[in-house]
Write a protein that binds this ligand. Structure first.
Ligand SMILES: [Zn+2]
Length: 417
Protein backbone atom coordinates (compact mmCIF):
# COMPACT_ATOMS: atom_id res chain seq x y z
CA UNK A 1 0.00 0.00 0.00
CA UNK A 2 1.53 3.31 -1.07
CA UNK A 3 1.18 5.51 1.94
CA UNK A 4 2.04 9.18 2.06
CA UNK A 5 3.69 9.89 5.35
CA UNK A 6 4.10 13.56 5.92
CA UNK A 7 4.11 14.07 9.67
CA UNK A 8 1.28 15.83 11.45
CA UNK A 9 2.34 18.43 13.98
CA UNK A 10 1.70 16.73 17.33
CA UNK A 11 3.21 19.60 19.30
CA UNK A 12 0.59 21.92 17.79
CA UNK A 13 -2.12 19.68 19.24
CA UNK A 14 -0.63 19.98 22.73
CA UNK A 15 -0.28 23.76 22.40
CA UNK A 16 -3.91 24.08 21.32
CA UNK A 17 -5.13 21.82 24.14
CA UNK A 18 -3.29 24.01 26.64
CA UNK A 19 -4.73 27.15 25.06
CA UNK A 20 -8.23 25.67 25.35
CA UNK A 21 -7.59 24.65 28.95
CA UNK A 22 -6.66 28.18 29.99
CA UNK A 23 -9.62 29.62 28.06
CA UNK A 24 -12.36 27.30 29.37
CA UNK A 25 -11.06 25.91 32.65
CA UNK A 26 -10.78 27.26 36.18
CA UNK A 27 -9.27 26.05 39.48
CA UNK A 28 -11.78 23.20 39.54
CA UNK A 29 -11.12 21.95 36.02
CA UNK A 30 -12.74 22.18 32.57
CA UNK A 31 -16.13 23.91 32.40
CA UNK A 32 -17.23 23.24 28.82
CA UNK A 33 -20.68 22.00 29.74
CA UNK A 34 -22.83 21.59 26.60
CA UNK A 35 -25.43 24.27 25.80
CA UNK A 36 -23.75 26.87 28.04
CA UNK A 37 -21.93 30.12 27.15
CA UNK A 38 -18.50 28.53 27.88
CA UNK A 39 -19.25 25.71 25.45
CA UNK A 40 -20.36 28.18 22.76
CA UNK A 41 -17.17 30.15 23.42
CA UNK A 42 -15.15 26.93 22.99
CA UNK A 43 -16.75 26.36 19.60
CA UNK A 44 -16.11 29.97 18.54
CA UNK A 45 -12.46 29.52 19.47
CA UNK A 46 -12.30 26.31 17.43
CA UNK A 47 -13.99 27.99 14.47
CA UNK A 48 -11.23 30.61 14.57
CA UNK A 49 -8.62 27.86 14.14
CA UNK A 50 -10.57 26.21 11.32
CA UNK A 51 -10.76 29.47 9.37
CA UNK A 52 -7.05 29.14 8.68
CA UNK A 53 -7.75 26.01 6.57
CA UNK A 54 -9.31 25.71 3.08
CA UNK A 55 -12.47 24.07 4.48
CA UNK A 56 -16.24 24.58 4.70
CA UNK A 57 -18.01 24.64 8.06
CA UNK A 58 -21.58 24.39 9.36
CA UNK A 59 -23.52 23.25 12.42
CA UNK A 60 -26.14 20.57 11.72
CA UNK A 61 -29.70 20.45 13.09
CA UNK A 62 -28.61 18.70 16.31
CA UNK A 63 -25.74 21.11 16.98
CA UNK A 64 -22.91 18.90 15.68
CA UNK A 65 -20.07 20.96 14.20
CA UNK A 66 -19.01 19.75 10.73
CA UNK A 67 -15.86 20.85 8.92
CA UNK A 68 -15.45 19.58 5.38
CA UNK A 69 -12.38 19.35 3.17
CA UNK A 70 -13.74 18.39 -0.22
CA UNK A 71 -11.75 15.77 -2.05
CA UNK A 72 -11.77 14.30 -5.55
CA UNK A 73 -14.31 11.69 -4.43
CA UNK A 74 -17.44 12.11 -2.31
CA UNK A 75 -16.47 9.06 -0.28
CA UNK A 76 -15.83 10.52 3.14
CA UNK A 77 -13.48 9.86 6.03
CA UNK A 78 -14.87 11.34 9.26
CA UNK A 79 -12.61 12.19 12.21
CA UNK A 80 -14.25 13.28 15.43
CA UNK A 81 -14.88 13.49 19.14
CA UNK A 82 -16.44 16.10 21.44
CA UNK A 83 -15.40 19.49 22.84
CA UNK A 84 -17.95 19.46 25.68
CA UNK A 85 -16.89 18.38 29.16
CA UNK A 86 -18.49 17.42 32.44
CA UNK A 87 -18.47 20.19 35.11
CA UNK A 88 -15.03 20.28 36.77
CA UNK A 89 -13.78 17.93 34.05
CA UNK A 90 -10.33 17.14 32.70
CA UNK A 91 -8.42 18.88 29.93
CA UNK A 92 -8.27 15.89 27.53
CA UNK A 93 -11.60 14.02 27.57
CA UNK A 94 -13.14 14.64 24.15
CA UNK A 95 -11.08 17.64 23.12
CA UNK A 96 -7.94 15.54 22.57
CA UNK A 97 -9.84 13.73 19.81
CA UNK A 98 -11.14 16.94 18.23
CA UNK A 99 -7.80 18.77 18.39
CA UNK A 100 -5.87 15.73 17.11
CA UNK A 101 -8.37 15.49 14.24
CA UNK A 102 -7.76 19.18 13.55
CA UNK A 103 -4.00 18.71 13.25
CA UNK A 104 -4.53 15.67 11.02
CA UNK A 105 -6.96 17.62 8.82
CA UNK A 106 -4.43 20.47 8.62
CA UNK A 107 -1.76 17.97 7.64
CA UNK A 108 -3.99 16.46 4.93
CA UNK A 109 -4.74 19.97 3.58
CA UNK A 110 -1.01 20.65 3.28
CA UNK A 111 -0.07 17.25 1.90
CA UNK A 112 -2.68 17.30 -0.88
CA UNK A 113 -2.70 21.08 -1.50
CA UNK A 114 -6.29 21.30 -0.28
CA UNK A 115 -7.57 18.52 -2.59
CA UNK A 116 -7.24 15.00 -1.13
CA UNK A 117 -8.39 11.96 -3.13
CA UNK A 118 -11.43 11.53 -0.87
CA UNK A 119 -13.44 13.97 1.23
CA UNK A 120 -12.31 14.40 4.84
CA UNK A 121 -14.61 15.77 7.54
CA UNK A 122 -14.09 16.68 11.17
CA UNK A 123 -17.03 16.45 13.55
CA UNK A 124 -17.31 17.90 17.05
CA UNK A 125 -20.37 16.05 18.40
CA UNK A 126 -22.82 18.09 20.48
CA UNK A 127 -23.29 17.14 24.14
CA UNK A 128 -21.47 13.81 24.29
CA UNK A 129 -21.33 13.92 28.07
CA UNK A 130 -25.02 14.46 28.84
CA UNK A 131 -23.79 15.97 32.11
CA UNK A 132 -26.45 18.68 32.28
CA UNK A 133 -29.59 16.91 31.04
CA UNK A 134 -28.67 13.26 31.63
CA UNK A 135 -28.72 12.41 27.93
CA UNK A 136 -25.28 11.22 26.75
CA UNK A 137 -24.32 11.04 23.06
CA UNK A 138 -26.97 13.63 22.13
CA UNK A 139 -25.56 14.78 18.79
CA UNK A 140 -24.20 11.45 17.60
CA UNK A 141 -27.47 9.66 18.40
CA UNK A 142 -29.37 12.27 16.34
CA UNK A 143 -26.92 11.53 13.51
CA UNK A 144 -27.55 7.80 14.03
CA UNK A 145 -31.31 8.14 14.45
CA UNK A 146 -31.30 6.33 17.79
CA UNK A 147 -32.59 9.31 19.83
CA UNK A 148 -36.14 10.08 20.91
CA UNK A 149 -37.27 13.69 20.57
CA UNK A 150 -40.23 13.14 22.92
CA UNK A 151 -38.01 11.72 25.68
CA UNK A 152 -35.42 14.46 25.19
CA UNK A 153 -37.89 17.34 25.03
CA UNK A 154 -38.86 17.12 28.71
CA UNK A 155 -35.40 16.59 30.15
CA UNK A 156 -34.50 19.26 32.72
CA UNK A 157 -31.25 20.44 34.24
CA UNK A 158 -30.70 21.02 37.98
CA UNK A 159 -32.09 24.55 37.64
CA UNK A 160 -35.35 23.41 36.04
CA UNK A 161 -34.35 24.57 32.54
CA UNK A 162 -35.70 22.25 29.85
CA UNK A 163 -33.39 20.75 27.24
CA UNK A 164 -35.78 22.05 24.59
CA UNK A 165 -35.28 25.62 25.86
CA UNK A 166 -31.52 25.30 26.28
CA UNK A 167 -31.34 24.15 22.65
CA UNK A 168 -33.45 27.10 21.53
CA UNK A 169 -31.16 29.51 23.36
CA UNK A 170 -28.27 28.11 21.33
CA UNK A 171 -30.26 28.43 18.11
CA UNK A 172 -31.56 24.85 17.73
CA UNK A 173 -35.09 23.50 17.41
CA UNK A 174 -35.59 20.14 19.09
CA UNK A 175 -38.20 19.09 16.52
CA UNK A 176 -35.59 19.37 13.78
CA UNK A 177 -32.74 17.34 15.27
CA UNK A 178 -33.64 14.37 13.04
CA UNK A 179 -32.28 16.37 10.13
CA UNK A 180 -28.74 15.64 11.39
CA UNK A 181 -29.11 12.34 9.51
CA UNK A 182 -28.27 14.09 6.22
CA UNK A 183 -24.68 14.33 7.43
CA UNK A 184 -24.30 10.57 6.89
CA UNK A 185 -24.04 11.07 3.12
CA UNK A 186 -20.84 9.60 1.74
CA UNK A 187 -19.55 8.39 5.12
CA UNK A 188 -17.06 5.58 4.44
CA UNK A 189 -15.22 5.41 7.78
CA UNK A 190 -15.12 7.06 11.21
CA UNK A 191 -12.04 7.39 13.43
CA UNK A 192 -11.85 8.67 17.00
CA UNK A 193 -8.90 9.16 19.31
CA UNK A 194 -9.76 9.28 23.03
CA UNK A 195 -8.09 8.95 26.39
CA UNK A 196 -8.59 5.51 27.92
CA UNK A 197 -10.20 6.87 31.13
CA UNK A 198 -9.16 3.67 32.90
CA UNK A 199 -5.95 2.18 34.36
CA UNK A 200 -5.31 -0.75 31.95
CA UNK A 201 -2.70 0.78 29.62
CA UNK A 202 -0.77 2.40 32.48
CA UNK A 203 -0.61 -0.95 34.28
CA UNK A 204 0.68 -2.61 31.09
CA UNK A 205 3.19 0.20 30.49
CA UNK A 206 1.78 0.87 27.02
CA UNK A 207 0.97 4.29 25.53
CA UNK A 208 -1.71 3.29 22.99
CA UNK A 209 -4.26 0.65 22.08
CA UNK A 210 -6.60 -0.14 19.20
CA UNK A 211 -10.16 -0.33 20.52
CA UNK A 212 -12.19 -3.43 19.67
CA UNK A 213 -15.58 -1.86 20.30
CA UNK A 214 -17.73 -0.63 23.13
CA UNK A 215 -19.03 -3.10 25.66
CA UNK A 216 -22.72 -3.92 25.91
CA UNK A 217 -24.39 -3.06 29.19
CA UNK A 218 -27.07 -4.83 31.25
CA UNK A 219 -28.26 -2.65 34.11
CA UNK A 220 -30.78 -3.96 36.65
CA UNK A 221 -32.44 -3.10 39.95
CA UNK A 222 -32.50 -6.14 42.27
CA UNK A 223 -34.67 -6.23 45.39
CA UNK A 224 -34.36 -8.90 48.08
CA UNK A 225 -37.42 -9.24 50.30
CA UNK A 226 -37.03 -10.81 53.76
CA UNK A 227 -38.58 -10.00 57.11
CA UNK A 228 -37.88 -7.02 59.35
CA UNK A 229 -37.30 -8.30 62.86
CA UNK A 230 -35.92 -7.17 66.20
CA UNK A 231 -32.14 -7.38 66.31
CA UNK A 232 -32.14 -8.54 69.92
CA UNK A 233 -34.89 -11.13 70.00
CA UNK A 234 -34.45 -12.86 66.63
CA UNK A 235 -32.02 -15.82 66.71
CA UNK A 236 -29.52 -15.93 63.85
CA UNK A 237 -30.98 -19.15 62.43
CA UNK A 238 -34.51 -17.74 62.24
CA UNK A 239 -33.81 -14.56 60.31
CA UNK A 240 -34.95 -13.62 56.81
CA UNK A 241 -32.06 -11.24 56.26
CA UNK A 242 -32.35 -9.50 52.89
CA UNK A 243 -28.92 -7.87 53.25
CA UNK A 244 -27.20 -11.23 53.85
CA UNK A 245 -28.53 -12.46 50.49
CA UNK A 246 -27.52 -9.23 48.72
CA UNK A 247 -24.07 -9.31 50.31
CA UNK A 248 -23.42 -12.80 48.96
CA UNK A 249 -24.36 -11.57 45.48
CA UNK A 250 -22.06 -8.54 45.87
CA UNK A 251 -19.13 -10.94 46.34
CA UNK A 252 -20.35 -13.51 43.80
CA UNK A 253 -20.13 -11.00 40.91
CA UNK A 254 -16.33 -11.18 41.23
CA UNK A 255 -16.37 -14.83 40.23
CA UNK A 256 -19.13 -14.27 37.63
CA UNK A 257 -17.07 -11.56 35.88
CA UNK A 258 -13.80 -13.34 36.62
CA UNK A 259 -14.59 -16.18 34.22
CA UNK A 260 -14.33 -13.78 31.26
CA UNK A 261 -11.25 -11.81 30.26
CA UNK A 262 -12.60 -8.26 29.97
CA UNK A 263 -16.00 -8.55 31.65
CA UNK A 264 -16.96 -6.26 34.53
CA UNK A 265 -19.83 -6.41 37.04
CA UNK A 266 -20.61 -3.72 39.59
CA UNK A 267 -23.08 -3.49 42.43
CA UNK A 268 -22.96 0.27 42.78
CA UNK A 269 -25.83 0.97 45.13
CA UNK A 270 -27.20 -0.91 48.14
CA UNK A 271 -30.08 0.41 50.26
CA UNK A 272 -31.42 -1.34 53.33
CA UNK A 273 -34.85 -1.03 54.96
CA UNK A 274 -35.76 -0.12 57.59
CA UNK A 275 -32.08 0.82 57.75
CA UNK A 276 -31.80 1.16 61.52
CA UNK A 277 -29.27 -0.32 63.90
CA UNK A 278 -31.82 -2.41 65.83
CA UNK A 279 -33.59 -4.24 62.99
CA UNK A 280 -32.77 -7.17 60.71
CA UNK A 281 -32.94 -5.92 57.10
CA UNK A 282 -36.38 -6.73 55.69
CA UNK A 283 -35.76 -5.31 52.25
CA UNK A 284 -32.56 -4.65 50.35
CA UNK A 285 -32.48 -2.81 47.02
CA UNK A 286 -29.34 -2.91 44.94
CA UNK A 287 -28.23 -2.16 41.39
CA UNK A 288 -26.16 -4.34 39.10
CA UNK A 289 -24.25 -3.12 36.04
CA UNK A 290 -22.69 -5.81 33.81
CA UNK A 291 -20.55 -5.13 30.73
CA UNK A 292 -18.79 -7.11 28.05
CA UNK A 293 -17.97 -6.80 24.36
CA UNK A 294 -19.49 -10.22 23.61
CA UNK A 295 -23.29 -10.39 23.64
CA UNK A 296 -23.11 -14.12 24.53
CA UNK A 297 -20.90 -13.45 27.54
CA UNK A 298 -23.20 -10.65 28.64
CA UNK A 299 -26.26 -12.91 28.44
CA UNK A 300 -24.42 -15.68 30.31
CA UNK A 301 -23.36 -13.31 33.11
CA UNK A 302 -26.91 -12.00 33.40
CA UNK A 303 -28.37 -15.52 33.67
CA UNK A 304 -25.76 -16.53 36.20
CA UNK A 305 -26.32 -13.48 38.40
CA UNK A 306 -30.07 -14.16 38.34
CA UNK A 307 -29.62 -17.81 39.30
CA UNK A 308 -27.19 -16.94 42.09
CA UNK A 309 -29.51 -14.24 43.44
CA UNK A 310 -32.33 -16.80 43.69
CA UNK A 311 -30.02 -19.28 45.40
CA UNK A 312 -28.83 -16.70 47.96
CA UNK A 313 -32.40 -15.48 48.55
CA UNK A 314 -33.45 -19.03 49.31
CA UNK A 315 -30.49 -19.62 51.62
CA UNK A 316 -31.68 -16.67 53.72
CA UNK A 317 -35.42 -17.26 53.54
CA UNK A 318 -35.99 -14.34 51.19
CA UNK A 319 -37.42 -13.74 47.75
CA UNK A 320 -35.82 -11.69 44.95
CA UNK A 321 -37.18 -9.52 42.13
CA UNK A 322 -35.31 -8.14 39.13
CA UNK A 323 -36.23 -5.19 36.93
CA UNK A 324 -34.21 -3.89 34.01
CA UNK A 325 -33.10 -0.26 34.29
CA UNK A 326 -31.38 0.00 30.93
CA UNK A 327 -29.40 -2.06 28.45
CA UNK A 328 -27.43 -1.64 25.25
CA UNK A 329 -25.94 -4.18 22.87
CA UNK A 330 -22.16 -4.44 22.47
CA UNK A 331 -20.90 -2.47 19.46
CA UNK A 332 -17.88 -4.14 17.83
CA UNK A 333 -15.68 -1.95 15.63
CA UNK A 334 -14.60 -2.82 12.07
CA UNK A 335 -12.01 -5.64 11.96
CA UNK A 336 -10.00 -4.16 9.07
CA UNK A 337 -9.88 -0.74 10.71
CA UNK A 338 -8.86 -2.33 14.02
CA UNK A 339 -5.96 -3.94 12.14
CA UNK A 340 -5.00 -0.58 10.59
CA UNK A 341 -5.12 1.10 14.01
CA UNK A 342 -2.88 -1.59 15.41
CA UNK A 343 -0.45 -1.14 12.50
CA UNK A 344 -0.38 2.64 13.01
CA UNK A 345 0.30 2.19 16.72
CA UNK A 346 3.03 -0.40 16.13
CA UNK A 347 4.77 1.84 13.58
CA UNK A 348 4.68 4.70 16.10
CA UNK A 349 5.55 2.96 19.38
CA UNK A 350 6.93 -0.45 18.47
CA UNK A 351 4.13 -2.42 20.15
CA UNK A 352 0.37 -2.59 19.85
CA UNK A 353 -2.41 -3.77 22.09
CA UNK A 354 -6.15 -4.37 21.55
CA UNK A 355 -8.78 -3.68 24.18
CA UNK A 356 -12.52 -3.10 24.48
CA UNK A 357 -13.99 0.14 25.78
CA UNK A 358 -16.03 0.05 28.96
CA UNK A 359 -17.38 3.60 28.57
CA UNK A 360 -19.68 4.43 25.67
CA UNK A 361 -18.46 6.85 23.03
CA UNK A 362 -19.90 8.72 20.03
CA UNK A 363 -18.05 6.17 17.89
CA UNK A 364 -20.53 3.51 19.09
CA UNK A 365 -23.45 5.47 17.63
CA UNK A 366 -21.62 5.79 14.30
CA UNK A 367 -20.65 2.10 14.25
CA UNK A 368 -24.23 1.01 14.98
CA UNK A 369 -25.20 2.61 11.65
CA UNK A 370 -22.86 0.23 9.86
CA UNK A 371 -20.26 2.90 9.06
CA UNK A 372 -16.82 1.22 9.46
CA UNK A 373 -15.44 2.63 12.72
CA UNK A 374 -12.47 2.31 15.01
CA UNK A 375 -11.11 4.16 18.03
CA UNK A 376 -7.64 4.56 19.45
CA UNK A 377 -7.01 4.91 23.19
CA UNK A 378 -4.08 6.70 24.77
CA UNK A 379 -3.01 5.94 28.33
CA UNK A 380 -4.64 7.90 31.17
CA UNK A 381 -2.43 8.60 34.17
CA UNK A 382 -3.79 6.86 37.29
CA UNK A 383 -6.77 5.88 35.11
CA UNK A 384 -8.59 9.01 36.28
CA UNK A 385 -11.05 10.99 34.14
CA UNK A 386 -14.03 13.33 34.62
CA UNK A 387 -11.86 15.08 37.15
CA UNK A 388 -9.44 18.02 37.02
CA UNK A 389 -6.49 15.71 37.78
CA UNK A 390 -7.14 13.80 34.52
CA UNK A 391 -3.82 13.71 32.65
CA UNK A 392 -1.67 11.91 30.09
CA UNK A 393 2.13 12.10 29.70
CA UNK A 394 3.10 14.61 27.04
CA UNK A 395 5.24 12.02 25.22
CA UNK A 396 2.18 9.78 24.99
CA UNK A 397 0.05 12.62 23.63
CA UNK A 398 2.67 13.24 20.94
CA UNK A 399 2.68 9.53 20.04
CA UNK A 400 -1.12 9.48 20.02
CA UNK A 401 -1.41 12.32 17.50
CA UNK A 402 1.32 10.79 15.32
CA UNK A 403 -0.33 7.35 15.37
CA UNK A 404 -3.78 8.85 14.73
CA UNK A 405 -2.40 10.73 11.71
CA UNK A 406 -0.93 7.45 10.42
CA UNK A 407 -4.27 5.75 10.93
CA UNK A 408 -6.05 8.51 8.99
CA UNK A 409 -3.64 8.11 6.05
CA UNK A 410 -4.03 4.35 6.09
CA UNK A 411 -7.80 4.70 6.20
CA UNK A 412 -7.79 7.09 3.23
CA UNK A 413 -5.87 4.45 1.26
CA UNK A 414 -8.30 1.77 2.53
CA UNK A 415 -11.34 3.78 1.40
CA UNK A 416 -9.74 4.50 -1.98
CA UNK A 417 -8.87 0.84 -2.60
ZN1 LIG B 1 -15.24 11.67 26.09
Amino acid sequence: MAEKNMAANPQLAIDLLKELRSLTGDDNGAQRLAWTPTWLQTREWFLGKLKQLPVEHHYDAAGNSWTTLRGASEKTLILGSHLDSVPNGGWLDGCLGVIAAYTVLKNICEEYNGKPPITVRLVDWADEEGARFGRSLFGSSAFAGTHSIEADRVRMDANGIKLEDALRQCGYNIDAIDDAKVERAGAAAYLELHIEQGPVLEKMGLPLAAVLGTKGVERHAITFHGQEAHSGSTPMQQRHDALAAAAKLALEIYSIAGKHKDAVCTIGSVKTYPGIVTAVVGRCECTLDQRDLDAGVLAEMYDEAQAKSRQFAEEHGCSVKWSRIWNIEPVPFHPELIALAEEAIRETTGTAHRMPSGPLHDAAEVARLGIPTVMMFVQSLRGISHNKIEDTREEHLLQAVTAFNRLAKKTIAWIEA
